[in-house]
Design a protein around this ligand. Structure first.
Ligand code: R5P
Length: 297
């Protein structure tokens, strides 16, 4: 049987190499550059005729990347690829999931419709499902959701003696609760009011009971870090121990990472769904095992 070919775009080359070393995948070769006018030149150098293709792509800041990704899928199909799956450890455009104000586009839906036209299947990690309950609500292709919670729980168990898990908003309850159950540790969920892209307020109940615990803030996405910063500052005001901040997806727009450290976070720890210097929780194996399920036959 011919091996599937795995191409990495916009990072994640180490996951592709790991999959190759584990056997049963070839790593795809390509050339990419910009023409002087900024348009993209793309050349696939591997023979893909009749082969199953997996593209693993870092999709943070997606607007700069999307056209190249779709061109890659079109090129692979033109060259005779059998099928093409997308592994997007961070799935972009999930947060605009309703019309909050008149005239707004529901971009999560449009992004999903677009990707569904180019790929045969999709694997991702902890997509921001809030008002959409399932990826099937918006994606028209088979999807597989993987979760970071086992690896996050392992990291906490190995590094922190008495953790107090804190979810910065109601949406975070789903994963904070599951991690707390695995660790058998206490948790609290904050009330968050978002007053704008950069303005967030949170309230923290009952912290005094846990003064001997290390507070660990856990969220799926850290983008501007305003959510985490509001929680860190509030904990400081309540004289709690400096918290550890754990995020699944390390977007860190602008200077968000530095601002979070300067706000008083003791440590910032993220998963490698987006490559960043804070990555300390490795999901590579889970990702490889996840997309293998689409290639079993
Ligand atoms: C939204 O509800 C998410 O779960 C995160 O809390 C949010 O995306 C964090 O964004 P930021 O870092 O910009 O505050």
């Amino acid at each position: 049987m011919t091996q599937p070919i795995l191409f990495s775009f916009f990072g994640h080359a180490s996951i592709a190499q790991m999959a190759q070393q584990m056997g049963s995948f070839a790593v795809g070769q390509y050339q990419i550059r910009n023409f002087p006018d900024g348009e993209t030149y793309l050349r696939i150098q591997s023979n893909v005729v009749g082969r199953s293709i997996v593209i693993i792509a870092g999709l943070n800041f997606p607007n700069d990347k999307l056209l190249t990704l779709l061109f890659a899928a079109e090129t692979l199909r033109d060259l005779g690829a059998k099928d093409i799956g997308l592994v997007a450890p961070y799935l972009a455009y999930m947060r605009q999931d309703k019309q909050f104000n008149t005239g707004e586009g529901i971009t999560s839906k449009y992004f999903a419709a677009l990707l569904s036209k180019y790929f045969n299947w999709l694997v991702t990690i902890d997509p921001h499902l809030h008002r959409w309950h399932s990826l099937n609500d918006i994606y028209q292709i088979p999807t597989l959701i993987l979760h970071a919670e086992n690896e996050i729980a392992k990291w906490i168990a190995q590094n922190i003696t008495h953790p107090l898990l804190i979810g910065p908003d109601q949406e975070s309850e789903q994963w904070v609760l599951r991690i707390a159950q695995k660790l058998n540790s206490p948790f609290i969920i904050l009330n968050k009011v978002r007053k704008g892209d950069q303005l967030v307020e949170v309230s923290i109940p009952e912290i005094k009971r846990y003064k001997d615990h290390t507070p660990i803030l856990i969220d799926d996405i850290i983008s501007t870090a305003k959510t985490m910063i509001a929680a860190v500052k509030h904990l400081n005001e309540l004289h709690a121990q400096p918290p550890i901040c754990i995020g699944v997806h390390a977007i860190f727009a602008g200077n968000a990472y530095e601002e979070l450290i300067n706000a008083g976070a003791k440590q910032v720890v993220t998963c490698n769904t987006i490559e960043h210097s804070s990555n300390a929780i490795d999901l590579s194996l889970a990702i490889i095992e996840g997309f293998r399920t689409f290639l079993a036959n």
